[in-house]
Design a protein around this ligand. Sequence first.
Ligand code: C5P
Length: 234
Amino acid sequence: MTTARRIIVALDFDTVDDAEAIVDRLGDAGQSYKVGLELLTVAGPAFVARLVGGGKDVFLDLKLFEIPTSVAGAVRAAGRLGATMVTVHAMGGSTVMEAAVRAAADFPKLHVIALTVVTSLTDADLAAIGLSATIEEQVTRLARLAQHSGCHGVVASPQDAALLRAELGPDMLIVTPGVMLQAEMSTGAATEHARPAPPAAAIRAGATHIVIGRSLTRAPDPAAVLAHLGDELG
Ligand code: C5P
């Protein structure tokens, strides 16, 4: 897999024009994009189909948490659109994840990626929703469950990547949002990520993909940020 395909640019925009402007500015250098619920809702599947038609990998971040039949239906819809990744909440349990994996089997390009614990949460947040586990315990438990359910990968904070690589062995994909550029970390820029790390550290720790949003898409020169990242990770 090329370095460019490992860098997934999160198109967190509320208009198609803004999303398309970034895709145009990145040109051939941008190979992988994440489309989440906000953009999918405003832009619809046609936007995703255009990305796929342009040769891009599309990570459809649907964060599915539903009954197995509904999850399977949504996964098939993602497969028909040509997505390469779709997310399902591991908290939904093994029956839901197994249904997602079975639905994806008809689409060889499509990977089911399980979400463990969103990177903005802390141990105190878990306690508040009635979970006595620490973040680390919960991430590990859900990642193991995802692997046993046949998922192709997990989403995890860069801080958890090394632990998960050791737990899951070499084959699982590990997709890490919550990265901050080295320059932002050294200036102490504000972040909503509870456990950020620079992209290169995430890859060294065992991540196969990084997801980068605002640090790139809101930068004055997004193409320069992507080029810099490519050099750093390559
Ligand atoms: O912060 P950034 O703009 O790089 O976020 C990119 C993606 O990372 C978002 O689309 C979101 O899905 C994910 N994210 C996350 N946890 C957060 C913030 C963002 O998983 N606390």
